[in-house]
Design a protein around this ligand. Structure first.
Ligand code: GDP
Length: 456
């Protein structure tokens, strides 16, 4: 912790919105992605890079070269647990940091070299706001009515693979008469099947992204999905009504949905989103590629719905929330150390063609959208086998055995129908001998930082 810098423990809303922190200009960056995308590992790597700015790879990056030193502050409310993450990564044996389960803030001060015309060294503050991507997905339901919510889910549940993930669930929901009195036992049982469907959709082999409501999977502190359950009701879609008898399925599900939307999901965006300067969205593209077409389609649809508000014209409250401040958005494919260097470069181009329409639609909207492929902490090294063929070596995560594997070859173009899949990949343990005092081995973390905070 820095002794020269006083950190406010409890910030008022006004302070949260302010562009300075204790007189220091602040850049606030949201970092999110679905569970397992690599948020906590990337944040740990970013802090580590900035702490080691002068010694590490950053020095070669034009925009960041002037950083003399980065200091991390642990005394703020809900500080990102950097100490804990470092202990894991640098332990014997090393393990990955704990995944993000709620929001937290990592705050750093960056001291830059003095400019030739200035007497004092320059200082900037950086806040990394880490939160589950599941919550960001709730952005799409913020302006839905209960009937619209039900319509979306009726459509999704009718299609493969969700239809097979939850056999009979759509039919059972369709059979509910919204005007009939609710049966609490049936509601609890359906809500249980609902949660299981969401959890199964997220996991391999499906790896789907649109698992709304986001807090069913990632509740965060103070939220209990069982306390006010609601389900989409397909039969309200044809005849939406605001007026179901008290105690009916329609009345209860609609009321609980509205509570979730207006009292749980929306306040999160209002209090945190309006103050961000930039947003990083991590995507497990390699994971989606392992699951193939439906995972790729669902992930892209999720990204489109998340970024939709950036296109809204002024006047729409969602648009106001966003466009006021967020100017830079980075979509980042993670864990590319599972690929050979030549395929890492191809993955960036693949991401480009995968999201081509989305980036075109956002072009010229006063938002700079950039795509990256990074590895936060490189855990595999390229080698050649006895016959000179390239492969990767690393340590397998659960067995802790050294393994060599032939990584998949990545094409440069995403097929139009997204019909592309790669073989499974091993799960690796972090490399041995990571040291806090040296920048961790990574790929393109510095380029990402340069985009987010570099001085042009
Ligand atoms: P979060 O849930 O988004 O916070 O994701 P984590 O940072 O916890 O990462 C989830 C898992 O992905 C980790 O436990 C690792 O197995 C893996 N992972 C994350 N970053 C990297 C990386 O840079 N390289 C490799 N090989 N694996 C990573």
């Amino acid at each position: 912790p820095a002794s020269t810098f006083s950190v406010d423990l409890f910030m008022s809303d006004e302070q949260r919105q302010s562009r300075t922190l204790a007189g220091c200009p602040v850049t606030r960056i949201g970092i999110t992605g679905l569970s397992g995308a690599g948020k906590s590992t990337l944040i740990t790597a970013i802090i580590n890079h900035l702490e080691n700015a002068r010694r590490g790879a950053l020095a070669e990056q034009a925009g960041l070269a002037a950083i003399r030193h980065g200091r991390w502050h642990r005394e703020i409310e809900r500080a990102f647990d950097y100490d804990h993450a470092l202990t894991a990564l640098t332990g014997q044996p090393p393990s990955w940091p704990e995944s993000t389960r709620d929001w937290s803030i990592a705050r750093l001060t960056l001291d830059y070299d003095r400019r030739w015309y200035s007497l004092r060294p320059r200082r900037r503050c950086l806040e990394l706001f880490d939160y589950p991507g599941e919550w960001l997905l709730d952005l799409s339901l913020l302006d839905w009515s209960f009937a619209e919510y039900s319509a979306h889910w009726t459509d999704w549940l009718a299609r493969s693979p969700r239809r097979a993930i939850a056999p009979g669930l759509l039919e059972d929901l369709q059979a509910i008469d919204p005007a009939a009195p609710v049966d609490p036992e049936q509601l609890a049982s359906l809500a249980g099947r609902w949660s299981m469907m969401l959890a199964d959709s997220r996991l391999p082999p499906h790896r789907l992204s649109r698992n709304l409501p986001g807090r069913w999977l990632m509740p965060g502190e103070g939220f209990d999905p069982d306390a006010m359950p609601f389900l989409p009701l397909p039969s309200v879609v044809a005849e939406p009504s605001e007026d179901y008898p008290e105690g009916s399925w329609g009345e209860i599900c609609q009321r609980h949905f509205a509570y979730y939307r207006d009292r749980i999901a929306r306040p999160f965006f209002e209090s945190h989103f309006g103050r961000l300067d930039a947003q990083v969205i991590l995507v497990d593209l390699l994971g989606a590629l392992r699951s193939g077409q439906s995972a790729l389609a669902d992930m892209r649809a999720a990204l489109e719905s998340i970024l939709e508000p950036f296109r809204y014209r002024e006047g729409h409250w969602l648009g106001n929330l966003f466009t006021r401040r967020i100017r830079r958005v980075a979509i980042v494919a993670t864990q590319i150390d599972h690929l050979l260097p030549v395929d890492q470069a191809r993955l960036t181009r693949l991401l480009d063609s995968y999201l081509f329409e989305l980036t075109q639609r956002l072009a010229g909207k006063d938002i700079e959208l950039r795509l990256f492929a990074v590895s936060a902490v490189t855990a595999a090294q390229p080698r050649e086998d006895a016959r000179g063929r390239p492969m990767l070596v690393g340590t397998e995560k659960s067995s802790r055995q050294k393994i060599a594997f032939t990584p998949p070859t990545i094409p440069e173009q995403m097929p139009h129908d997204l019909d592309l899949a790669i073989d499974d990949l091993p799960t690796l343990a972090p490399p041995a001998e990571l040291d806090r005092a040296r920048a961790f081995p990574g790929r393109r973390v510095d380029a990402l930082l340069d985009f987010l905070i570099g001085e042009s």
